[in-house]
Design a protein around this ligand. Structure first.
Ligand SMILES: Nc1ncnc2c1ncn2[C@@H]1O[C@H](COP(=O)(O)OP(=O)(O)OP(=O)(O)O)[C@@H](O)[C@H]1O
Length: 336
């Protein structure tokens, strides 16, 4: 049995917006599955149909073997859901928050004390179990959220952008808990705007764009499909105009017929089969066009490159850079 089995899911909102347009998706039990896509691609809408918060306009969805339309209650009892915004009650202690979740999910009274202890241990909050959540950092609140989503020991948990806004250290710590939950047998469905997070954690992932799934595979397979390497070129005085001009020079050189050429913070990035071989020729073309190249690097593709190649758009992480001071990405590739 699959944890999630979705066929031809369609969601059209009342105003006519076709948010999800025929999504097919199967997640086997025990998998750590990632769901990625640019802003507005349809991720949240899809998750809402899987978690019974929204009725699909068309298609069939089975979650843990239950039909989301006819067996919604059974679906809800068999999943954990960590929403984008924390559901922690700040006036309660960590222990009280988990206890409250136990009551809400109907965990038998006799099992509650043990369950609460185990979960607070799992997310490393046992030492502060009796402190009010208002005193917790953002990372601690997220960990408490993880614990509350797991009180009823669901075989499948949905994590909707669970680490957005956390600093890199807190994010990496959360990854350990997610891995541990998965190791213990829980299927994980993760959406994230951090591609390094997806790369680090997911067995497989799907990319959704304009309501349709455009790629599904293991992160490494997707990276190998980008083909070739990535050239990062740093130029002197990288103003927007000059970077755009440099991009035109690279494009007009005709060196990278099948590649993707993008401007970055400091210059240019070229992902292409022949990036390594044609690198020197690009430098000559740039020099002939009066650019001074101050840095030059060749690297293997990352998931950022995959995302860009598939969707033609940078990740949310990058498009939102600077708008959320707390959301420092654990940088992998260069910003575009
Ligand atoms: N209640 C609604 N009524 C009409 N259109 C909506 C509604 N909710 C979402 N949409 C639209 O549906 C599309 C998909 O939105 P959705 O929130 O599922 O995308 P997303 O991939 O989760 O994006 P984000 O990462 O920004 O949350 C978008 O065009 C959005 O504007």
């Amino acid at each position: 049995m699959s944890a999630i089995d979705a066929e031809n899911v369609v969601v059209t909102y009342a105003d006519g917006t076709e948010a999800v347009r025929g999504v097919d998706l199967t997640v086997p039990e025990g998998e750590f599955f990632g769901f990625l896509g640019p802003n507005g691609a349809g991720k949240t809408t899809t998750i809402k149909t899987f978690t019974t918060l929204l009725r699909p306009t068309g298609g069939t969805i089975h979650v843990n073997g239950f039909d989301v339309l006819n067996e919604a209650q059974s679906v809800r009892e068999s999943i954990g859901y960590m929403a984008q915004h924390t559901s922690v009650d700040e006036e309660l202690t960590a222990r009280e928050n988990v206890k409250f979740a136990c009551e809400a999910y109907g965990v038998p009274r006799a099992e509650r004390a043990d369950r609460i202890g185990e979960l607070l241990d799992l997310v490393d909050l046992a030492d502060v179990a009796d402190k009010e959540a208002s005193e917790f950092s953002g990372g601690m609140k997220k960990r408490l959220d993880v614990a509350t989503a797991l009180v009823h020991e669901p075989p499948l948990v949905f994590l909707d952008e669970p680490t957005t806004g956390l600093d890199p250290k807190a994010r990496i710590r959360l990854w350990e808990y997610f891995r541990e939950i998965n190791r213990q047998g829980t299927t994980v469905f993760l959406t994230t705007q951090y591609l390094e997070e997806a790369d680090e954690l997911c067995d497989r992932l799907s990319v959704i764009q304009d309501g349709e799934i455009v790629a599904t595979d293991a992160p490494d397979t997707l990276k190998s499909q980008v083909g070739g390497d990535v050239l990062e070129v740093t130029i002197e005085e990288p103003s927007d105009d000059r970077k755009e001009r440099a991009r035109e020079v690279a494009h007009e050189s005709g060196l990278f017929a099948d590649g993707t050429i993008e401007t970055t913070e400091d210059g240019l990035s070229v992902a292409a089969e022949n990036a390594r071989r044609a690198g020197t020729d690009l430098l000559v073309a740039l020099r002939d066009a009066s650019f001074t190249v101050t840095g030059f690097d060749i690297r293997s593709p990352t998931l950022d490159d995959v995302f860009l190649a598939i969707t033609g758009e940078p990740t949310d992480e990058e498009s939102e850079a600077g708008s959320n001071a707390e959301a420092e990405p654990v940088a992998s590739g260069a910003a575009r």
